[in-house]
Structure formats: structure tokens, C-alpha cells
Design a protein around this ligand. Sequence first.
Ligand SMILES: [Cu+2]
Length: 211
Amino acid sequence: MLSGPTSHVETVDSVMIYIVGISVILLLGVTAAMIYFVFKYHRKKGHKPKDIHGSVLLETIWIVIPTLLVLSMFYFGYTGFREMRLVPDNAMEINVTARMWQWSFNYGSGMQTDSLYVPQGQPIKLLLNSADVNHSFFIPAFRVKEDVIAGRTNYLVFTPDEIGKYDVACAEYCGLKHSMMYTKVIVMAREEFDNWYTRSSEKTDSNGEAD
Ligand SMILES: [Cu+2]
């Protein structure tokens, strides 16, 4: 956790730890207070309970603190969301088509692949389209996920920092073989990618298929 093949991993995991951390502290606090009150205020003979009609101090505290906590969660979450949506000027565009039940990637030159090939350190903008129903493009290792909506072009931005092969999954139930709708994203060194791209473009046949 907190470091990974994209800088986005650190952002997402930090938000996750922050929210889970606050939730655990609150859970323990509420449970401890509950147990304490059960013992402190259990029924005693000859004891008449007091009626309490509000407390401005207490009410202010329990309105202000949760509001600040929720706003801070929103702020950190939104910061991470922006990383997936703000497109850097030098982003490389790749068209992604989802169909039941496979992915295909088109690099603009007419070249098409079943796996996604990207150069290391290059901001990537994926243009997401569906040929049939709704899908969702998900790279768990990069902590990025975006819906692929039928009849609309959606997009997703990431910068792969580490060379390697990572799973791509469909994260929106799309029919019988949804659970098999996997492929890979292959992050290559810039030079290796350029060689692969030139080689594959040459090999591209009339169907536009290369691999
Ligand atoms: Cu799908």
C-alpha cells in the first residue's frame, strides 16, 4: 500500500486509510461510550433520573466535528478523482472498445490489439466506448476505474510509472461471461514501445489486427 505502478495509487490508498481510520476510531469511541453509559446509568433503587433539555455546547460539537470530518473526506476524495479526469497536454490518446466479452484497443494508426500497450512515464488518455451494453474499465493495480457507457464516449487518465503487466477487468456486470472479461495492460520502456509500435504497425493487415 501507498506506493505502486502509478502515483495515483498513493492518493487513493491514503484516502482509503484516512476514511477507514476515522471510521474505526468513531466505532471504538461510540462502543466504549455505550458500554460506559450502560453501567453508569443502569436502574438504581430510589434514584430519580434528571430531565435534560438540550445543551448548546454539546450540540455544536456534534454538528461541527462530523461536518468537518465529512468535508475533509470529500476534499481528499475529490483530489484523487481529479487525477483521473484532468487531461495533461501531452497525453497519448488510445481508443478502447468494450464488447461482450472482450476489450480492444485502437492506436489511431488503424492498429488494433487485444491487450493495452503503453510507454512508461507517458500520460495516457483512454477514450472509452461500448459496442453493446454498459461495461466498466478497471485496472486494480493503478486504482483507476471508469464506466464504459453504451452510446457515449467516456474517458480515463493515468500515467504508468513502472514497467510490468497488470490486469484489466470489467467492473460492471455485462452478461454471462462478464467474470471472464479480462485483459492486460503492458507497460514498456519508451524505446521498447516505439520499436513495438513501428513493428506492429508494419505487420497490421487489412483487418487492422496486430499483436
Ligand atoms: Cu463487461
